[in-house]
Design a protein around this ligand. Structure first.
Ligand SMILES: C[S@@+](CC[C@H](N)C(=O)[O-])C[C@H]1O[C@@H](n2cnc3c(N)ncnc32)[C@H](O)[C@@H]1O
Length: 268
């Protein structure tokens, strides 16, 4: 991963860190999506497991998973994000169940505290890397046999965004562009890339057996839309029920704002 991309991502998300959690407050859509992720993770990952979290951001998920009985080693590239996690670690009684490390997921050979029973990445952090093999190459050294991987990744097809064609064709087509697209976070731009579940599975290789694949927000708005659920609560509730029903269907489980892919590490 090019150094300037890493530097830009780190700068962008460090600036974002202090306002990141506020965006998620009173955001029913985002809260629903996080709950779906936790449900799928918990379905396959035994309570008490030691989880390696990649691109952990401000530690919202790490804290939520600790309250569900897991131990978490939370890593992120951006110093500002790691500082936010440090504040939560100091303020909350987590009984030593949260450890932190500033680390790029392209340098997982630097990770301390392994081996782990699970590896988790939420809400598109992995979409900041051009080649997923830069991440997957170190997993065998970090994971116990039987470890569960839960990755939440942004795919190229998001129906809600496609519906913005033709008025806002840039947003409608952004995920479909070859070579990714520039994203702007807090005035800093960096490249983002969109992956199909097939591309994720190829990067993981045959030692990872697929357990579950679900689309997330196929017919509900994307995570950055914090208004729709507030303005149209009944329609949102209906769409959310439909989304739940569609999320496992073949083909539909590959599209949406994200997909949640769960696989088990079974080395031969
Ligand atoms: C959209 S945020 C998601 C944060 C968190 N997982 C959540 O669900 O709220 C993306 C995160 O990915 C992190 N990230 C991006 N590239 C990374 C890399 N190469 N290594 C580690 N973290 C990275 C960013 O610093 C940022 O915290």
């Amino acid at each position: 991963m090019a150094d300037d991309q890493l530097a830009q991502v780190a700068a962008a998300f460090s600036r974002k860190a202090t306002v990141y959690d506020a965006f998620g407050q009173d955001h029913a859509n985002l809260a629903r999506m996080r709950q779906k992720v936790y449900d799928q993770l918990a379905r396959w990952t035994p309570a008490g497991s030691h989880i390696l979290e990649l691109n952990a951001g401000t530690g919202l998920d790490a804290v939520a998973l600790i309250t569900r009985g897991y131990r978490v080693h939370a890593t992120d590239l951006a110093p500002g994000m790691v500082a936010e996690m440090g504040r939560k670690q100091a303020a909350l009684a987590l009984n030593g169940r949260l450890t932190l490390q500033q680390c790029s997921f392209t340098e997982l050979d630097q990770v301390q505290d392994g081996p782990f029973e699970a590896v988790f990445s939420n809400f598109g952090g992995l979409n900041c890397v051009a080649e997923l093999t830069a991440v997957t190459r170190h997993l065998p050294q970090l994971l116990r046999p039987g470890a569960v991987l839960t990755w939440v990744v942004m795919p190229p097809v998001c129906p809600w965004e496609l519906l913005r064609w033709p008025q806002d064709w840039r947003t409608a087509t952004r995920r479909l562009r070859r070579g990714g697209v520039r994203a702007q976070v807090e005035g800093v731009s960096f490249q983002t890339y969109y992956f199909t579940p097939g591309q994720v599975r190829r990067a993981l290789g045959p030692a990872f057996k697929l357990l579950e694949l679900r689309g997330l927000s196929i017919v509900t708005p994307p995570a950055d839309n914090d208004q729709f659920a507030r303005r149209h609560p009944r329609l949102f509730a209906r769409l959310a029920r439909l989304d739940d029903r569609l999320s496992r269907w073949p083909w539909l489980n590959q599209i949406g704002d994200f997909f949640i892919l769960t696989a088990r590490y079974e080395p031969i």
